[in-house]
Design a protein around this ligand. Structure first.
Ligand SMILES: Cc1ncc(COP(=O)(O)O)c(C=O)c1O
Length: 448
Protein backbone atom coordinates (compact mmCIF):
# COMPACT_ATOMS: atom_id res chain seq x y z
CA UNK A 1 0.00 0.00 0.00
CA UNK A 2 1.36 3.45 -0.87
CA UNK A 3 2.40 5.52 2.17
CA UNK A 4 -0.40 8.07 1.71
CA UNK A 5 -3.10 5.41 1.38
CA UNK A 6 -1.79 3.69 4.49
CA UNK A 7 -1.72 6.98 6.39
CA UNK A 8 -5.29 7.81 5.39
CA UNK A 9 -6.50 4.36 6.47
CA UNK A 10 -4.68 4.58 9.80
CA UNK A 11 -5.99 8.06 10.43
CA UNK A 12 -9.53 6.65 10.07
CA UNK A 13 -8.89 4.60 13.24
CA UNK A 14 -8.13 7.78 15.22
CA UNK A 15 -10.66 10.19 16.78
CA UNK A 16 -12.83 12.10 14.31
CA UNK A 17 -11.01 15.39 15.04
CA UNK A 18 -7.56 14.01 14.17
CA UNK A 19 -5.51 16.06 11.69
CA UNK A 20 -1.86 16.57 11.01
CA UNK A 21 -0.50 19.94 10.11
CA UNK A 22 2.83 21.54 9.39
CA UNK A 23 5.36 21.29 6.59
CA UNK A 24 5.87 17.86 4.98
CA UNK A 25 8.36 15.94 7.12
CA UNK A 26 7.66 17.95 10.27
CA UNK A 27 3.85 17.89 10.58
CA UNK A 28 2.44 16.75 13.93
CA UNK A 29 -0.73 14.91 14.85
CA UNK A 30 -3.47 17.00 16.44
CA UNK A 31 -6.57 15.73 18.21
CA UNK A 32 -9.40 17.92 19.44
CA UNK A 33 -7.36 20.91 18.27
CA UNK A 34 -4.41 19.94 20.54
CA UNK A 35 -0.88 19.19 19.37
CA UNK A 36 0.14 15.73 20.63
CA UNK A 37 3.85 16.59 20.82
CA UNK A 38 3.07 19.60 23.03
CA UNK A 39 0.76 17.52 25.25
CA UNK A 40 3.38 14.78 25.69
CA UNK A 41 6.07 17.36 26.50
CA UNK A 42 3.82 18.93 29.12
CA UNK A 43 2.13 15.90 30.70
CA UNK A 44 4.71 13.16 30.06
CA UNK A 45 4.18 9.69 28.63
CA UNK A 46 2.55 7.21 28.52
CA UNK A 47 -0.35 9.58 28.08
CA UNK A 48 -3.98 8.71 27.37
CA UNK A 49 -6.19 11.14 25.45
CA UNK A 50 -9.97 11.10 25.09
CA UNK A 51 -11.55 13.22 22.39
CA UNK A 52 -14.89 14.67 23.48
CA UNK A 53 -16.18 15.10 19.92
CA UNK A 54 -15.60 11.42 19.10
CA UNK A 55 -17.41 10.33 22.26
CA UNK A 56 -20.32 12.61 21.34
CA UNK A 57 -20.43 11.21 17.79
CA UNK A 58 -20.64 7.61 19.04
CA UNK A 59 -23.37 8.56 21.53
CA UNK A 60 -25.33 10.33 18.79
CA UNK A 61 -24.96 7.31 16.50
CA UNK A 62 -26.66 5.10 19.11
CA UNK A 63 -29.36 7.61 19.96
CA UNK A 64 -30.21 8.35 16.34
CA UNK A 65 -30.20 4.66 15.41
CA UNK A 66 -32.60 3.80 18.23
CA UNK A 67 -34.93 6.60 17.19
CA UNK A 68 -34.74 5.53 13.55
CA UNK A 69 -35.24 1.81 14.03
CA UNK A 70 -37.13 1.13 17.24
CA UNK A 71 -40.76 2.25 17.44
CA UNK A 72 -41.00 1.69 21.21
CA UNK A 73 -39.30 3.46 24.11
CA UNK A 74 -35.54 3.01 24.28
CA UNK A 75 -32.38 4.08 26.08
CA UNK A 76 -28.65 3.55 26.48
CA UNK A 77 -26.69 2.34 29.47
CA UNK A 78 -22.95 3.00 29.21
CA UNK A 79 -21.01 -0.11 30.29
CA UNK A 80 -18.56 1.52 32.69
CA UNK A 81 -16.31 -1.52 32.71
CA UNK A 82 -14.86 -0.30 29.39
CA UNK A 83 -13.42 2.85 31.02
CA UNK A 84 -14.58 4.27 34.31
CA UNK A 85 -13.77 7.50 36.07
CA UNK A 86 -15.81 10.46 37.31
CA UNK A 87 -15.41 12.42 34.08
CA UNK A 88 -16.70 9.64 31.82
CA UNK A 89 -19.60 8.99 34.20
CA UNK A 90 -20.49 12.70 34.03
CA UNK A 91 -20.24 12.63 30.24
CA UNK A 92 -22.59 9.63 30.18
CA UNK A 93 -25.04 11.46 32.42
CA UNK A 94 -24.96 14.52 30.13
CA UNK A 95 -25.85 12.23 27.23
CA UNK A 96 -28.90 11.06 29.16
CA UNK A 97 -27.39 7.58 29.60
CA UNK A 98 -27.54 5.31 32.60
CA UNK A 99 -24.26 3.84 33.75
CA UNK A 100 -23.57 0.15 34.35
CA UNK A 101 -21.32 -0.36 37.36
CA UNK A 102 -19.70 -3.64 38.30
CA UNK A 103 -19.39 -3.83 42.06
CA UNK A 104 -18.87 -1.40 44.93
CA UNK A 105 -15.78 0.24 43.40
CA UNK A 106 -17.46 1.45 40.22
CA UNK A 107 -20.62 2.33 42.16
CA UNK A 108 -18.42 4.52 44.39
CA UNK A 109 -17.01 6.35 41.36
CA UNK A 110 -20.47 6.90 39.85
CA UNK A 111 -21.78 8.25 43.17
CA UNK A 112 -18.74 10.53 43.53
CA UNK A 113 -19.44 11.77 40.00
CA UNK A 114 -22.86 12.90 41.21
CA UNK A 115 -24.99 10.40 39.32
CA UNK A 116 -28.46 10.05 40.79
CA UNK A 117 -29.78 6.65 41.82
CA UNK A 118 -32.05 6.23 38.80
CA UNK A 119 -29.02 6.43 36.46
CA UNK A 120 -27.00 3.71 38.22
CA UNK A 121 -27.41 0.08 37.18
CA UNK A 122 -25.37 -2.66 38.84
CA UNK A 123 -24.02 -5.81 37.23
CA UNK A 124 -21.77 -8.56 38.55
CA UNK A 125 -21.49 -12.31 38.26
CA UNK A 126 -20.54 -12.85 41.91
CA UNK A 127 -21.52 -9.74 43.81
CA UNK A 128 -20.02 -9.68 47.28
CA UNK A 129 -21.96 -8.57 50.35
CA UNK A 130 -20.25 -5.18 50.00
CA UNK A 131 -21.26 -4.99 46.31
CA UNK A 132 -24.88 -5.84 47.10
CA UNK A 133 -25.02 -3.35 49.97
CA UNK A 134 -23.57 -0.60 47.76
CA UNK A 135 -26.07 -1.51 45.03
CA UNK A 136 -29.02 -1.37 47.41
CA UNK A 137 -27.76 1.93 48.82
CA UNK A 138 -27.11 3.68 45.50
CA UNK A 139 -28.53 1.90 42.43
CA UNK A 140 -31.85 2.34 40.69
CA UNK A 141 -31.50 -1.04 38.99
CA UNK A 142 -29.76 -4.25 40.03
CA UNK A 143 -29.25 -7.02 37.49
CA UNK A 144 -29.44 -10.34 39.31
CA UNK A 145 -27.03 -12.94 37.98
CA UNK A 146 -28.11 -16.10 39.81
CA UNK A 147 -30.65 -17.53 42.25
CA UNK A 148 -28.42 -17.57 45.37
CA UNK A 149 -27.70 -13.88 44.73
CA UNK A 150 -31.43 -13.19 44.42
CA UNK A 151 -32.06 -14.82 47.80
CA UNK A 152 -29.24 -12.81 49.45
CA UNK A 153 -30.50 -9.62 47.85
CA UNK A 154 -34.05 -10.28 49.02
CA UNK A 155 -32.71 -10.54 52.58
CA UNK A 156 -31.02 -7.16 52.25
CA UNK A 157 -34.09 -5.54 50.69
CA UNK A 158 -36.35 -6.83 53.50
CA UNK A 159 -34.33 -4.89 56.06
CA UNK A 160 -33.57 -1.83 53.91
CA UNK A 161 -35.71 1.18 53.07
CA UNK A 162 -34.96 1.39 49.33
CA UNK A 163 -36.63 -0.59 46.56
CA UNK A 164 -34.38 -0.72 43.48
CA UNK A 165 -35.77 -2.26 40.34
CA UNK A 166 -34.50 -5.75 39.68
CA UNK A 167 -33.68 -7.31 36.35
CA UNK A 168 -32.84 -10.94 35.75
CA UNK A 169 -29.87 -11.91 33.60
CA UNK A 170 -30.70 -14.88 31.40
CA UNK A 171 -28.11 -17.04 29.67
CA UNK A 172 -29.55 -17.66 26.20
CA UNK A 173 -27.18 -20.55 25.42
CA UNK A 174 -25.73 -18.69 22.42
CA UNK A 175 -22.56 -16.62 22.25
CA UNK A 176 -21.49 -14.11 19.61
CA UNK A 177 -18.46 -14.67 17.40
CA UNK A 178 -15.56 -13.25 19.39
CA UNK A 179 -12.51 -14.42 21.35
CA UNK A 180 -13.47 -17.25 23.70
CA UNK A 181 -12.45 -15.15 26.73
CA UNK A 182 -15.04 -12.55 25.74
CA UNK A 183 -17.95 -14.91 25.08
CA UNK A 184 -20.63 -14.85 27.78
CA UNK A 185 -23.93 -16.10 26.32
CA UNK A 186 -23.09 -19.79 25.78
CA UNK A 187 -24.64 -22.59 27.81
CA UNK A 188 -21.48 -23.28 29.84
CA UNK A 189 -20.79 -19.61 30.58
CA UNK A 190 -20.47 -18.53 34.22
CA UNK A 191 -22.86 -15.63 33.60
CA UNK A 192 -26.61 -15.48 34.12
CA UNK A 193 -29.44 -17.93 34.71
CA UNK A 194 -30.72 -20.78 32.55
CA UNK A 195 -34.30 -20.23 31.29
CA UNK A 196 -35.73 -22.69 33.88
CA UNK A 197 -34.02 -20.73 36.67
CA UNK A 198 -35.52 -17.52 35.34
CA UNK A 199 -39.01 -18.95 35.88
CA UNK A 200 -38.07 -19.75 39.49
CA UNK A 201 -36.58 -16.27 39.93
CA UNK A 202 -39.73 -14.55 38.67
CA UNK A 203 -41.93 -16.65 40.96
CA UNK A 204 -39.65 -15.86 43.90
CA UNK A 205 -39.80 -12.10 43.16
CA UNK A 206 -43.60 -12.30 43.00
CA UNK A 207 -43.82 -14.15 46.33
CA UNK A 208 -41.44 -11.64 47.96
CA UNK A 209 -43.10 -8.60 46.38
CA UNK A 210 -39.81 -7.51 44.72
CA UNK A 211 -39.90 -4.84 42.02
CA UNK A 212 -38.93 -6.93 38.98
CA UNK A 213 -38.94 -4.83 35.80
CA UNK A 214 -36.42 -6.19 33.34
CA UNK A 215 -34.78 -9.09 31.57
CA UNK A 216 -31.16 -8.90 30.42
CA UNK A 217 -28.80 -10.99 28.34
CA UNK A 218 -25.31 -10.34 26.99
CA UNK A 219 -23.68 -12.75 24.56
CA UNK A 220 -20.15 -11.43 24.49
CA UNK A 221 -17.95 -8.47 23.74
CA UNK A 222 -16.37 -7.20 20.51
CA UNK A 223 -18.43 -8.87 17.78
CA UNK A 224 -18.84 -7.58 14.25
CA UNK A 225 -21.80 -9.59 12.98
CA UNK A 226 -25.08 -9.11 14.85
CA UNK A 227 -26.61 -12.33 13.43
CA UNK A 228 -26.29 -14.42 16.66
CA UNK A 229 -28.34 -11.81 18.54
CA UNK A 230 -31.37 -12.90 16.44
CA UNK A 231 -31.68 -16.49 17.73
CA UNK A 232 -30.86 -15.32 21.27
CA UNK A 233 -33.73 -12.81 21.07
CA UNK A 234 -36.00 -15.61 19.83
CA UNK A 235 -34.98 -17.81 22.78
CA UNK A 236 -35.66 -14.99 25.22
CA UNK A 237 -39.02 -14.09 23.63
CA UNK A 238 -40.09 -17.77 23.75
CA UNK A 239 -39.17 -17.71 27.42
CA UNK A 240 -41.28 -14.58 27.88
CA UNK A 241 -44.29 -16.32 26.34
CA UNK A 242 -43.81 -19.16 28.83
CA UNK A 243 -43.26 -16.77 31.73
CA UNK A 244 -46.37 -14.80 30.87
CA UNK A 245 -48.40 -18.00 30.76
CA UNK A 246 -47.01 -19.37 34.02
CA UNK A 247 -46.61 -16.22 36.11
CA UNK A 248 -48.41 -13.38 34.32
CA UNK A 249 -45.16 -11.35 34.50
CA UNK A 250 -43.83 -9.48 31.48
CA UNK A 251 -40.77 -7.18 31.54
CA UNK A 252 -41.13 -3.43 31.05
CA UNK A 253 -37.52 -3.40 29.84
CA UNK A 254 -35.52 -5.81 27.71
CA UNK A 255 -31.75 -5.38 27.44
CA UNK A 256 -29.74 -7.46 24.95
CA UNK A 257 -26.51 -6.16 26.53
CA UNK A 258 -23.68 -4.56 24.60
CA UNK A 259 -20.69 -5.95 22.81
CA UNK A 260 -20.73 -4.26 19.41
CA UNK A 261 -17.15 -4.26 18.10
CA UNK A 262 -14.83 -1.67 16.60
CA UNK A 263 -11.91 -1.72 14.17
CA UNK A 264 -8.51 -1.73 15.89
CA UNK A 265 -6.38 -2.15 12.79
CA UNK A 266 -6.62 -0.64 9.31
CA UNK A 267 -7.17 -4.13 7.88
CA UNK A 268 -10.44 -4.28 9.85
CA UNK A 269 -11.81 -1.20 8.07
CA UNK A 270 -14.50 -0.46 7.11
CA UNK A 271 -16.25 -1.76 10.23
CA UNK A 272 -20.03 -2.25 10.07
CA UNK A 273 -21.75 0.73 11.66
CA UNK A 274 -23.52 1.18 14.99
CA UNK A 275 -26.64 1.88 12.93
CA UNK A 276 -26.39 -1.54 11.27
CA UNK A 277 -26.18 -3.27 14.68
CA UNK A 278 -29.05 -1.30 16.22
CA UNK A 279 -31.21 -1.77 13.12
CA UNK A 280 -30.69 -5.54 13.28
CA UNK A 281 -31.54 -5.80 16.99
CA UNK A 282 -34.55 -3.48 16.70
CA UNK A 283 -36.00 -5.25 13.66
CA UNK A 284 -35.58 -8.70 15.20
CA UNK A 285 -37.17 -7.58 18.44
CA UNK A 286 -40.14 -5.95 16.72
CA UNK A 287 -40.68 -8.97 14.43
CA UNK A 288 -40.25 -11.40 17.32
CA UNK A 289 -42.78 -9.58 19.49
CA UNK A 290 -45.27 -9.34 16.61
CA UNK A 291 -44.95 -13.05 15.82
CA UNK A 292 -45.72 -13.93 19.45
CA UNK A 293 -48.33 -11.20 20.04
CA UNK A 294 -46.15 -9.71 22.78
CA UNK A 295 -46.11 -6.00 23.66
CA UNK A 296 -42.95 -4.10 22.73
CA UNK A 297 -40.76 -3.69 25.81
CA UNK A 298 -38.52 -0.66 26.34
CA UNK A 299 -35.27 -1.54 24.58
CA UNK A 300 -32.11 -0.63 26.50
CA UNK A 301 -28.72 -1.22 24.89
CA UNK A 302 -25.58 -1.47 27.02
CA UNK A 303 -22.54 -0.59 24.89
CA UNK A 304 -19.08 0.09 26.28
CA UNK A 305 -16.32 -0.38 23.72
CA UNK A 306 -18.22 1.04 20.73
CA UNK A 307 -18.87 4.25 22.70
CA UNK A 308 -15.37 4.93 24.00
CA UNK A 309 -12.72 2.91 22.13
CA UNK A 310 -12.16 5.18 19.15
CA UNK A 311 -12.15 8.32 21.27
CA UNK A 312 -9.06 7.10 23.15
CA UNK A 313 -5.46 7.39 21.99
CA UNK A 314 -2.37 6.23 23.87
CA UNK A 315 0.84 8.21 23.35
CA UNK A 316 4.15 6.54 24.16
CA UNK A 317 7.77 7.62 23.91
CA UNK A 318 10.24 5.40 22.09
CA UNK A 319 13.14 4.93 24.51
CA UNK A 320 15.23 2.40 22.64
CA UNK A 321 15.53 1.12 19.08
CA UNK A 322 16.92 -2.40 19.02
CA UNK A 323 17.56 -5.21 16.53
CA UNK A 324 17.26 -8.95 17.16
CA UNK A 325 18.00 -11.03 14.08
CA UNK A 326 15.66 -9.71 11.40
CA UNK A 327 13.45 -7.78 13.83
CA UNK A 328 13.52 -4.06 14.43
CA UNK A 329 12.14 -3.28 17.88
CA UNK A 330 10.85 -0.02 19.29
CA UNK A 331 10.94 -0.27 23.07
CA UNK A 332 8.38 2.19 24.43
CA UNK A 333 7.55 3.45 27.92
CA UNK A 334 4.18 1.68 28.25
CA UNK A 335 2.69 -1.67 27.39
CA UNK A 336 0.88 -4.44 29.21
CA UNK A 337 0.44 -2.42 32.42
CA UNK A 338 -1.74 0.15 30.62
CA UNK A 339 -2.97 -2.13 27.81
CA UNK A 340 -3.13 -5.84 28.69
CA UNK A 341 -5.29 -6.72 25.66
CA UNK A 342 -2.50 -7.98 23.34
CA UNK A 343 -1.14 -10.23 26.12
CA UNK A 344 -4.63 -11.34 27.18
CA UNK A 345 -6.16 -12.12 23.81
CA UNK A 346 -3.68 -11.40 21.10
CA UNK A 347 -5.37 -8.09 20.23
CA UNK A 348 -3.91 -6.40 17.14
CA UNK A 349 -3.18 -2.69 17.06
CA UNK A 350 -1.88 -0.09 14.67
CA UNK A 351 0.10 3.11 15.31
CA UNK A 352 1.43 6.32 13.80
CA UNK A 353 4.41 8.50 14.64
CA UNK A 354 3.26 11.76 16.25
CA UNK A 355 5.74 13.79 14.21
CA UNK A 356 5.78 13.50 10.43
CA UNK A 357 3.25 10.68 10.19
CA UNK A 358 3.46 11.23 6.42
CA UNK A 359 7.07 9.96 6.26
CA UNK A 360 7.66 7.00 3.95
CA UNK A 361 7.36 3.66 5.71
CA UNK A 362 10.62 1.81 6.29
CA UNK A 363 9.56 -1.74 7.12
CA UNK A 364 8.16 -4.07 9.74
CA UNK A 365 8.54 -2.98 13.34
CA UNK A 366 7.87 -4.80 16.61
CA UNK A 367 6.73 -2.57 19.47
CA UNK A 368 7.23 -3.71 23.05
CA UNK A 369 6.92 -2.27 26.53
CA UNK A 370 9.31 -2.14 29.49
CA UNK A 371 7.72 -4.90 31.59
CA UNK A 372 9.39 -8.16 32.58
CA UNK A 373 7.25 -10.47 30.46
CA UNK A 374 8.01 -11.65 26.94
CA UNK A 375 4.27 -11.22 26.33
CA UNK A 376 4.63 -7.46 26.81
CA UNK A 377 4.59 -6.84 23.06
CA UNK A 378 2.04 -4.22 22.13
CA UNK A 379 2.28 -4.65 18.36
CA UNK A 380 3.83 -7.54 16.46
CA UNK A 381 5.04 -6.58 13.03
CA UNK A 382 3.60 -3.24 11.86
CA UNK A 383 4.76 -1.32 8.81
CA UNK A 384 6.07 2.01 10.12
CA UNK A 385 8.48 4.81 9.24
CA UNK A 386 11.94 4.49 10.82
CA UNK A 387 11.29 6.04 14.23
CA UNK A 388 14.24 7.03 16.39
CA UNK A 389 14.71 6.96 20.16
CA UNK A 390 12.98 9.96 21.74
CA UNK A 391 10.14 10.08 19.21
CA UNK A 392 6.47 9.69 20.09
CA UNK A 393 4.15 6.95 18.92
CA UNK A 394 0.34 7.30 18.95
CA UNK A 395 -1.75 4.13 19.26
CA UNK A 396 -5.40 4.61 18.23
CA UNK A 397 -8.51 2.82 19.54
CA UNK A 398 -7.15 2.86 23.09
CA UNK A 399 -10.28 4.04 24.91
CA UNK A 400 -11.78 0.72 26.03
CA UNK A 401 -10.49 -2.01 28.34
CA UNK A 402 -6.96 -0.57 28.54
CA UNK A 403 -6.77 1.50 31.71
CA UNK A 404 -9.82 -0.31 33.08
CA UNK A 405 -7.87 -3.58 33.00
CA UNK A 406 -4.45 -2.04 33.67
CA UNK A 407 -2.14 -2.96 36.52
CA UNK A 408 0.77 -1.71 38.60
CA UNK A 409 3.00 -4.53 37.35
CA UNK A 410 6.68 -3.80 37.95
CA UNK A 411 5.53 -0.78 39.95
CA UNK A 412 4.04 0.87 36.86
CA UNK A 413 2.29 4.14 37.65
CA UNK A 414 -1.03 4.59 35.85
CA UNK A 415 -0.83 7.17 33.04
CA UNK A 416 -2.36 10.62 33.10
CA UNK A 417 -5.60 10.92 31.12
CA UNK A 418 -6.58 14.11 29.30
CA UNK A 419 -9.96 15.06 27.86
CA UNK A 420 -9.59 17.08 24.67
CA UNK A 421 -12.09 19.49 23.24
CA UNK A 422 -11.69 22.45 20.90
CA UNK A 423 -8.05 23.13 21.65
CA UNK A 424 -8.32 22.62 25.43
CA UNK A 425 -6.87 19.69 27.38
CA UNK A 426 -8.43 18.88 30.74
CA UNK A 427 -6.70 16.47 33.14
CA UNK A 428 -9.37 13.95 34.16
CA UNK A 429 -6.94 11.54 35.82
CA UNK A 430 -3.53 12.70 36.98
CA UNK A 431 -0.53 10.43 36.57
CA UNK A 432 -0.05 8.01 39.45
CA UNK A 433 3.04 8.56 41.59
CA UNK A 434 5.26 6.35 43.72
CA UNK A 435 3.61 8.05 46.72
CA UNK A 436 0.24 6.80 45.44
CA UNK A 437 1.65 3.27 45.26
CA UNK A 438 2.81 3.56 48.87
CA UNK A 439 -0.55 4.79 50.21
CA UNK A 440 -1.72 1.28 51.13
CA UNK A 441 1.63 0.16 52.51
CA UNK A 442 2.71 -0.37 56.11
CA UNK A 443 6.04 -1.34 57.68
CA UNK A 444 6.61 -4.97 58.63
CA UNK A 445 6.25 -5.06 62.46
CA UNK A 446 9.48 -6.32 64.10
CA UNK A 447 7.77 -9.44 65.48
CA UNK A 448 5.79 -10.34 62.36
C1 LIG B 1 -23.12 -7.33 31.02
C2 LIG B 1 -22.30 -6.54 30.06
N1 LIG B 1 -22.87 -5.51 29.44
C3 LIG B 1 -22.19 -4.76 28.57
C4 LIG B 1 -20.87 -5.02 28.28
C5 LIG B 1 -20.16 -4.13 27.33
O1 LIG B 1 -19.55 -4.78 26.28
P1 LIG B 1 -18.82 -3.89 25.18
O2 LIG B 1 -17.86 -2.98 25.88
O3 LIG B 1 -18.13 -4.85 24.30
O4 LIG B 1 -19.90 -3.12 24.48
C6 LIG B 1 -20.23 -6.11 28.90
C7 LIG B 1 -18.83 -6.45 28.60
O5 LIG B 1 -18.37 -7.53 28.69
C8 LIG B 1 -20.97 -6.89 29.83
O6 LIG B 1 -20.41 -7.91 30.46
Amino acid sequence: MATNDLLEKRLALFPVTTTYSGAAGSATLRIGGCDLQALADRYGTPLYLFDGATLDAAAAAYQEALQRHYPGASGITYAGKAFMCKAIAQWAQRQGFWIDCTGAGEIGVAVAAGLPRDRILVHGVNKSKEDLEAAVAHAGTIVVDNLPELYRLAGLLRTGSTTPQLWIRVRPGLAVDTHIYRQTGQEESKFGMAPAEVVAAVQFCQTEGLHLTGLHFHQGSHFHDPAPVGPALDTVLDLLVELRGQTGWYPEILCPGGGWGVAYHEEELPHPSIDRYVEFVAQRLVAGCQARALPLPTLRLEPGRSLVAQAGVAVYRVDTVKRTGARRWLLIDGGMADNPRPALYGARYSALPVTAPDRPVAGMTWIAGPYCESGDVLIEGLVLPALEAGELLAVPVSGAYHLAMGSNYNGARKPAVLWLREGCAYTILRRETVEDLLLRETELPPDA
